[in-house]
Design a protein around this ligand. Structure first.
Ligand code: FES
Length: 115
């Protein structure tokens, strides 16, 4: 089953797909990086940033100018789960991909109680 509204997209800050979609519909952020204003989504380990950009494109139907795109991290990390559309990835695969990402990149979630 593809990602559902109650599935977490940003594990670091426990931000669900529904919250991100609502934020995009209501606030109409001009660039995907503004989604960080929604409960800090995307500001932790960085795993969810490609998904946030895809959701932003879908919900706001804007193409970010090349000079505003979020840098994907210092680490050039690619995986099927990370680059999938929300409708094309199982939540368990998305979550497992993030665990692999943390292990392989050495990145860590924020220490302030988020995971
Ligand atoms: S999962 Fe979103 S920043 Fe870590």
């Amino acid at each position: 089953m593809p990602l559902q509204d109650d599935d977490e997209i940003c594990f670091c800050f426990h931000v669900k797909l529904r919250k991100i979609r609502s934020f995009c519909r209501i606030e109409q952020p001009k660039v995907a990086s503004q989604i960080s204003e929604c409960l800090s989504a995307g500001t932790g380990c960085g795993w969810c940033r490609p998904m946030l950009r895809k959701i932003h494109q879908q919900e706001c139907q804007v193409e970010e100018p090349w000079w505003r795109k979020i840098k994907d991290d210092e680490v050039d990390y690619h995986s099927t789960e990370r680059e999938a559309e929300a409708a094309a990835v199982e939540h368990s695969d998305y979550a497992a991909g993030r665990q692999k990402y943390l292990k392989e990149t050495g990145r860590t979630p924020p220490a302030d109680g988020a995971r």
